[in-house]
Write a protein that binds this ligand. Structure first.
Ligand SMILES: *Cc1c(COP(=O)(O)O)cnc(C)c1O
Length: 434
């Protein structure tokens, strides 16, 4: 099936008894066993079925299959939020003494997770000088457990060279983990270019309506744990926390995702509720149509801003002169994200006046909603970072991050136009040439 069809059908067929067309919400904590032997088989992961909703749930399982099929993986695990997905995706690879090599352009909380929280647990954070594969390669050594990037950085808007980064990771026997939240599998499937693990915040474009937090880890099934057993003993030696299970033996290609569930989801419990899985499934049904409109509206807004003399700069990867345009063409079929940043003339103060004058575009910290959204990262999402780290992550004091929604383009532009007027005292669209 094509992605548009997968988004609507994958992972669910009406059951024989009820024939519910909508995915049922199995609002249950636990599942009845037929017998002691049946229970034992479930606990040994020998029988198919459910035991307790911290491990798995039938509604959540439909969402997991749908996200998995959209990405083209061998298995997925849904989580309570994107941040929970990132945390478990990374600690499933790296523990004390290991390091994670990452590009510098990261979502603020992910930057904090890697540079502070995991560091405290003995995992070294290694930030490459840029997102270029050559800079990333320099940071990898025998203790590296993962190479990490966001396929499209939030909010930097950079587009990573997925194929190039996969090559440098694999040259060292290291798996490549990609946060594909901003691109979504509709624009890019990282597995097709060599990624091994894909992570999502489903809260954003996939869910698409700003109602529900959720995350997912997807296993591409491509990394050879046995061949790299020295670097990843946890996958090839008996697990004392799960009656001696050897994940690479027992699960083969899906060792990574099964271990994520059996070890980390089981003990950390960052599970998605069945109701939230249902809401996210509703959103995913229309993601293909929404991404078309998002990217089209995003391009029109970027062009409008660039042509306006009240605007200082627009950082939109889809412009012909953007350094990222060749990567937009290669990885995103020419469709740059509707998430991008710009700066108004007059610096921080004018930026704040613009922000406060918005009427239709909502002031908040979220992206990927059907509604157009704006954020001032320096005072919100990236506030915890030093000014130097903010700059490396692509955040200047005046930066406004836009996530352009699917409203009528004329209404979006009218609102931006009046807010630019309120911020600068120049009340109408002013051509750059003036
Ligand atoms: C929002 C976001 C996250 C975190 O997801 P939550 O669902 O808010 O926990 C991680 N990565 C990126 C790129 C994001 O945009």
């Amino acid at each position: 099936m094509r992605k548009e069809t997968i988004a609507i059908h994958a992972g669910y067929e009406p059951d024989e008894a009820v024939k519910s067309v909508a995915v049922p919400i199995y609002q249950t904590a636990a599942y009845a066993f037929d017998s002691a032997d049946h229970a034992a088989a479930l606990f040994n992961l020998e029988a198919e079925g459910y035991r307790y909703s911290r491990i798995s749930n039938p509604t959540v399982a439909v969402l997991e299959r749908r996200v998995n099929d959209l990405e083209g993986g061998v298995g997925a695990m849904a989580t309570a939020s994107g941040q929970a997905a990132l945390h478990m995706a990374l600690i499933n690879l790296a523990d004390q003494g290991g390091n994670i090599v990452t590009v510098p352009q990261l979502y603020g909380t992910t930057h904090t997770l890697i540079s502070h929280i995991l560091e405290r647990q003995g995992v070294e954070a290694r930030f490459a000088a840029s997102d270029k594969p050559a800079d990333v390669a320099k940071m990898i050594d025998e203790n590296t457990r993962a190479v990490f990037c966001e396929s499209i950085g939030n909010p930097a808007g950079n587009v990573c060279d997925i194929e190039g980064l996969a090559k440098v990771a694999h040259a060292h026997g290291v798996p490549f983990v990609v946060d594909n939240t901003v691109a979504t599998p509709l624009l890019l499937r990282p597995f097709e270019y060599g990624a091994d693990i894909v992570v999502h915040s489903l809260t954003k474009f996939l869910g698409g309506h700003g109602t529900t937090l959720g995350g997912a880890v997807v296993d591409g099934g491509t990394f050879d744990w046995k061949a790299n057993g020295k670097r990843f003993p946890a996958f090839v030696t008996p697990d004392k926390s799960y009656h001696g299970m050897i994940y690479a033996e027992r699960f083969g290609k899906s060792a990574y995702i099964e271990r994520a569930r059996s070890v980390y989801q089981r003990t950390m419990g960052a599970v998605l509720s069945p109701f939230n899985a249902f809401l996210l499934l509703q959103g995913i049904e229309t993601v293909a149509l929404r991404m078309e409109r998002h990217t089209e509206n995003g391009r029109k807004v970027a062009e409008f801003l660039r042509a306006d003399s009240r605007v200082d700069w627009v950082n939109y990867a889809g412009f012909a002169d953007s350094a990222y345009k060749p990567l937009v063409d290669k990885y995103l079929a020419g469709r740059a994200s509707s998430l991008f940043t710009f700066g108004i003339k007059g610096g921080m103060d004018a930026g704040k006046r613009f922000y406060d004058a918005l009427n239709l575009v909502t002031r908040l910290v979220n992206i990927g909603d059907a509604k157009s959204l704006a954020c001032h990262p320096a005072s919100t999402t990236h506030r915890q970072m030093s000014p130097e780290d903010q700059l490396k992550a692509g955040v200047k004091p005046e930066t406004i991050r836009l996530s352009i929604g699917i409203e009528h383009i004329d209404d979006i532009i009218a609102d931006l136009d009046q807010a630019l007027g309120a911020a600068t005292g120049k009340s109408t669209f002013a051509k750059a040439a003036e």
